[in-house]
Design a protein around this ligand. Structure first.
Ligand code: ADP
Ligand code: MG
Length: 302
């Protein structure tokens, strides 16, 4: 989407591959420690991300940041949580380090590890340690995807102590005054195995996100995809129909993100029916009856 360059996602596996690829060239470099400015510059959100406020979430988040309250953004996938954090980081002028959580992630992927190079071993801070040490907003996206034993490493950062123990290194980082931790969380996916511990949840303030109300969602879809507001409204109508099927054959409603995808295809000249099939109907269900129901919603509006 248009604002994608704002995303600076830290992906442990990609990092590991990049490290392996760079190993030969890095070997001659002295143990890396740049200044805080050098280290955080890549994480600054320099251009204003488009974010359409839905209620008072911007003011509430600013108040939460002013007391450095750890925040939890709750809501279904594709409803604007990630975009909101990017926007808030830009508005507050703070760097944003995003970690896409997954179940293979370990505590070391967050905190850091010793690396072996030609000069011996050197410590490399993980994204959480970088954020805590130098003062960034650390956003753990889809945190329930991480194992519970991984998520507990954030606990000491979320109470009054605001510290991060680097056990392997024998160091205790006192979090920088600008540091804040934000997590996102989709309550719909929760199962007993995949939920946050109460002891984790109770450390956060929470903002609820949902698909915006009709006119606002249409405005967002039109802005992001380039279709006219009339077309965007039709897409939102289809989205709303589909959301009513949630629990009646659909596990999850059509997200704003999916409506934007459909709009982007239409804006590129794809016929609306085909665009909706590709971007809305087929991805969300394999059930022939459900597909028929959704197809007929599409033909009602296009
Ligand atoms: N309130 C909003 N303002 C601007 N764009 C939005 C808003 N809500 C959703 N979007 C759009 O929807 C897309 C998906 O939102 P995203 O933040 O990635 O969802 P989530 O993180 O909740 O899964 C974004 O790329 C953005 O284009
Ligand atoms: Mg997201």
């Amino acid at each position: 989407m248009r604002n994608e360059p704002f995303m600076r996602t830290y992906s442990p596996r990609q990092q590991a591959m990049a490290r392996a690829a760079a190993a030969t060239t890095v070997a001659s470099r002295p143990a890396s420690t740049g200044t805080t400015a050098d280290i955080l510059t890549p994480y600054l959100v320099t251009e204003q991300p488009y974010y359409r406020p839905v209620a008072d979430e911007v003011e509430l988040y600013e108040a939460a940041y002013s007391v450095r309250m750890p925040m939890m953004l709750k809501g279904p996938t594709g409803c604007g949580k990630t975009r909101f954090v990017e926007y808030m980081a830009w508005k507050l002028g703070k760097p944003l380090i995003t970690v896409a959580c997954n179940e293979d992630m370990t505590a070391s992927d967050l905190v850091g590890r010793f690396l072996l190079d030609a000069n011996g071993t050197r410590w490399q801070d993980g994204p959480l340690a970088v954020a805590a040490r130098h003062g960034a907003i650390c956003y753990l996206d889809e945190v329930v995807e991480a194992r519970q034993d991984t998520t507990v490493v954030i606990h000491p950062l979320t109470d009054a102590r605001r510290v991060l123990p680097l056990e392997k290194k024998g160091e205790l980082i006192d979090a920088h005054p600008d540091f804040q931790i934000v997590i996102s969380y989709n309550p719909g996916y929760q199962s007993l195995m995949k939920d946050l511990k109460q002891s984790t949840k109770q450390r956060f303030g929470a903002l609820d996100f949902n698909y915006p109300e009709h006119d606002i969602e249409a405005e967002i879809v039109a802005h992001e995809s380039g279709v006219t507001i009339e077309v965007a409204k039709n897409l939102v109508h289809i989205g709303e129909r589909a959301r009513n099927l949630k629990g009646h054959g659909l596990d999850e409603g059509l997200s704003t993100r999916m409506l934007i995808y459909a709009g982007s295809l239409i804006a590129k000249g794809v016929a609306p029916l085909a665009a909706c099939r590709v971007a809305l109907v087929r991805p969300i269900t394999d059930d022939p009856d459900m597909r028929d129901a959704l197809d007929s919603a599409v033909t009602t509006y296009f």
